[in-house]
Write a protein that binds this ligand. Structure first.
Ligand code: ADP
Ligand code: MG
Length: 482
């Protein structure tokens, strides 16, 4: 750029330098305000654009990022710019995807966008996403489960407990396979929206076109894998999996203790990530807490973006209920929504279930929903919530029933008279609580989760074979639930 020596250019470049300096101050300020992770995820991608009278243009590499930054930080950006500069009154956020070099950037001031500051240039942003990689536009139905059309980003209600996971999901849907987001690991308790978010990513990617997406539960992954071994078609299975652009595996904790399947998943995972494809995984715990997964797999799972969904807050529950009530078209008084949000705190699925029951009831009897009808209609459900069955309850009741000592629930004794009731208690723990297999195992004298699994399948068999036994189990279940 030797020819850029005119006075004009000098003025422009000193103006540019000033803008740059201001922008660096604003960025630093934002970084301390929002924290490193947020900053890196969203704000680092902003590229300074030209000044147009009293308006400064900031570029973002995609529409989604632009909208997100506008929604979350738009006002703050404006305030900071106004504080820092006498001239600037407004901030305009624009999308700029195209690769421009400093020499031929369109419009004088736009060259500021690509000058050497700490912010990444558009080239480096684009380089994250290798081109022409997504050849087909489909969901691999031969291979994977269908996506639930109700689980979209639009129908997901965002609040403090899930905003980070939501933002990450949107980011991946917008630009799959960016290094910092591959794999995307979503984790959180039951019914908090992991599957919903995964489906939303899948649907969004398909809507945008040109992507093949495979979604399946870890359980299904295992069955498919085992079936392929039996059918001597593992190569085909592997090839199918490795041909997708985006692979989503839901409830990965299921692979704990399934060493061969884990191994297979590990290789698939590596092959896909190495080929620049996107992996999205969900689990009930963070990678580091998923004990029982192979270390190397855990390490790789934690390498991209790990986002947790926290338990819902009262506010979020209210927002979700409001959204769902509105969508149903039935008027539900806010008192009722508050009542539900207070009473049902465990997970969104149950919250949704309760509301649906109310709405269905109102529809059937043709009367409006009131607090009284709510209490009446949801009596059983709410009772179950007030009295959550615990593993301790189960152990106590089962021990009483078969007249064994409570300590034998966790003892090492293997005599049938003790072992069978213990298996029943494990079975009931699995059926009546939301504890995971490893958690149940721990409550029974630190037994392995495979022991619990075995107990569950053994008791299931016995219930089918032996009506007297089935009756005992049914009775116990009834006593525990009421
Ligand atoms: P998980 O996979 O974490 O167990 P799901 O994604 O299956 O949970 O969510 C359970 C139910 O709750 C689904 O019907 C889902 O649509 C709903 N749900 C969960 N979180 C939200 C949310 N933030 N907004 C709207 N619906 C939600
Ligand atoms: Mg799920």
């Amino acid at each position: 750029m030797e020819n850029a020596q005119s006075l004009d250019a000098a003025v422009t470049s000193s103006e540019t330098a000033l803008l740059e300096a201001t922008w660096i101050r604003i960025r630093d300020r934002l970084k301390t305000e929002v924290g490193d992770v947020e900053y890196r995820t969203w704000l680092q991608q902003i590229v300074l654009g030209p000044l147009d009278e009293d308006e400064i243009v900031l570029f973002l590499p995609s529409r989604f990022l632009r909208d997100w930054v506008r929604g979350q930080y738009g006002e703050r950006l404006q305030t900071l710019w106004r504080q820092e500069s006498k001239v600037i009154q407004r901030v305009e956020l624009q999308v700029r995807k195209e690769t421009t070099s400093p020499a031929n950037a369109a419009g004088g001031g736009a060259s500021a966008a690509t000058s050497a500051t700490a912010s990444p240039s558009p080239e480096s942003i684009e380089a994250e996403v290798p081109n022409a990689r997504f050849p087909t536009h489909e969901i691999r139905s031969d291979l994977a489960a269908p996506l639930d059309p109700r689980f979209t980003f639009e129908s997901f209600v965002v609040g403090k407990p899930n905003e980070f996971a939501y933002a990450c999901a949107r980011r991946v849907a917008e630009r799959p396979s960016s290094p910092g987001f591959n794999p995307l690991f979503l984790y959180g308790g039951v019914g908090l929206g992991k599957t919903h978010l995964m489906h939303a990513i899948g649907s969004e990617l398909i809507r945008m076109g040109n992507v093949s997406v495979a979604y399946m539960s870890a359980e299904k992954f295992m069955y498919r894998f085992i079936a392929s071994i039996r059918a001597q078609s593992t190569m085909e299975f592997k090839e199918q999996l490795r041909s997708v652009d985006v692979l989503m595996i839901d409830d990965l904790q299921f692979l704990i203790g399934k060493d061969n399947t884990q191994e297979e998943f590990f290789h698939t995972f590596n092959a896909l990530v190495d080929a620049g494809r996107q992996i999205i995984v969900s689990a009930d715990k963070s990678p580091s807490d998923l004990s029982g997964l192979e270390d190397r797999l855990r390490t790789r799972l934690g390498c991209g973006m790990v986002a947790d969904i926290h338990a819902t807050t009262f506010e979020l529950r209210i927002s979700i209920l409001e959204a769902k009530a509105k969508a149903s078209g039935v008027a539900v008084p806010s008192k009722v929504l508050e009542y539900l949000a207070h009473k049902i705190t465990s997970n969104v699925r149950e919250l949704e279930g309760a509301l649906n029951r109310l709405i269905a009831h109102a529809d059937l009897v043709g009367r409006p929903v009131t607090l009284e009808t709510t209490q009446d209609v949801l009596k059983d459900m709410l009772k179950a919530h007030e009295r959550r069955v615990t593993i301790d309850d189960i152990q106590r009741k089962v021990a009483e029933h078969w007249n064994i000592r409570l300590t034998d629930m966790s003892s090492a004794r293997r005599a049938r008279a003790v072992a069978r009731p213990r298996q029943v208690a494990m079975y009931l723990a699995k059926q009546l609580t939301s504890r995971s297999l490893p958690e149940i195992g721990r409550k029974f004298g630190n037994r392995d989760h495979t022991t619990v699994m075995h107990a569950v399948s053994r008791v299931t068999e016995l219930i089918e074979e032996d009506p007297t036994f089935a009756e005992s189990v049914e009775l116990l279940r009834h006593m525990l639930e009421n």
